[in-house]
Design a protein around this ligand. Structure first.
Ligand SMILES: C[S@@+](CC[C@H](N)C(=O)[O-])C[C@H]1O[C@@H](n2cnc3c(N)ncnc32)[C@H](O)[C@@H]1O
Length: 334
């Protein structure tokens, strides 16, 4: 492909991402299956302007998201199956939050982020993303749904890759609504779990039904991990927490965890690990999301994780890859 066309194709990532977000918000895939359906019928069901929805779906079909058939009919593909609300591993809510007001306004600040090293959410709202969510329950609810559905797909890969069998009481620190904790507890019927997150997040968690089948083995604990973490656990799981924060913030969180570790206790991070080699990988794209959306958060290399653990009195013992994009990084007291 000529360089100009290749560069333009990269620019057009914007149109693809926004169109995905729009069809996810409209719930288009929920009204579709593998049998083709006309764009007129779809528009009526989701309340859209048919000629505009057609243009959006035609572009997405070109990217493999839908199958386009004669007479302006479309069918689902394996990609758009994942935009259905209740699909296993659904990414519908992740697509929705990609186009939400807080996200797009923060992303518009990217040049300022690159100049200053500060995040776009704070530039727009004057406070960090979690403080913004505390004031906007609707944004927070959709964010937690996005995290839960991502965990629902990443969770089984983590459970398959890592042997949790010697853990008796597992804390999920910043565990959101506890989707990952629930997958682990279901796999290990004698394990107990503590779900720890901000009070407003914990308040939303029991309404979810992920814990069916965990037979009262889950304790909910509200709090902030800059002040304390649960006590009395032999392992502390932090999924997509460390990537939200600067090294200084992370040292505080990890030091509090280290202070609670019993002899032989473990810290388990579930994160992407940025490879040392050049090349296009999801961790490098997610890293830009962290640059813009979080106060100093970033995706880290193995070396950066090892140094971060060491600075908090911990030792990186091993990195266990999973079938998905995440690794389990196991650390113990130094
Ligand atoms: C990126 S989400 C990850 C959620 C969950 N671990 C998952 O992977 O699905 C970050 C989580 O950290 C929580 N969080 C943010 N600040 C916190 C704090 N100071 N104390 C405890 N939890 C916090 C958020 O509420 C949110 O649930």
């Amino acid at each position: 492909m000529p360089p100009q066309a290749a560069l333009l194709q990269l620019f057009f990532g914007k149109q693809i991402a926004y169109c995905l977000s729009a069809v996810a918000s409209l719930g288009v895939a929920d009204h579709m299956g593998r049998t083709p359906v006309s764009v007129d019928a779809l528009s009526e069901k989701v309340g859209a302007h048919a000629p505009s929805l057609y243009r959006v779906m035609r572009l997405l079909a070109g990217a493999g998201v839908f199958e386009e058939l004669p007479e302006k009919r479309f069918a689902l593909t394996p990609l758009s199956e994942l935009l259905k609300t209740d699909a296993e591993g659904s990414l519908r809510y992740l697509a929705i939050i990609w186009g939400e007001d807080w996200s797009t306004r923060a992303m518009a600040e990217i040049e300022g982020c690159v100049r200053s090293g500060r995040d776009g959410v704070t530039a727009v709202f004057g406070k960090n993303i979690f403080e913004v969510f505390a004031e906007h329950p609707d944004w927070a609810r959709k964010f937690q749904r996005a995290m839960s559905s991502f965990s629902a797909s990443a969770g089984p890969a983590v459970v398959k890759a890592y042997d949790f069998s010697e853990i008796r009481r597992l804390a999920d620190v910043g565990g959101g609504h506890g989707m990952l904790l629930a997958s682990i507890l279901k796999q290990y019927p004698s394990m107990h779990g503590v779900l720890f997150d901000l009070p407003e997040v914990i308040a939303g968690a029991p309404s979810s039904n992920h814990f069916d089948g965990c037979n009262g083995r889950v304790q909910m604990e509200p709090g902030t991990f800059f002040e304390r973490v649960p006590s009395g656990c032999d392992a502390y799981l932090l999924k997509h927490i460390i990537h939200d924060w600067s090294d200084e913030h992370c040292r505080k969180i990890l030091s509090l965890v280290r202070d609670q570790l019993p002899t032989g206790g473990r810290v388990l991070l579930c994160e992407m690990v940025v490879p040392a080699e050049p090349g296009m990988v999801p961790s490098k794209a997610l890293d830009i999301e962290m640059l813009v959306m979080t106060p100093g958060g970033k995706e880290r290399t193995r070396q950066e994780f090892a140094e971060l653990f060491a600075s908090a009195g911990l030792r990186l013992v091993r990195v266990v890859p999973t079938d998905g994009p995440l690794c389990v990084l196991e650390a113990r007291s130094a």
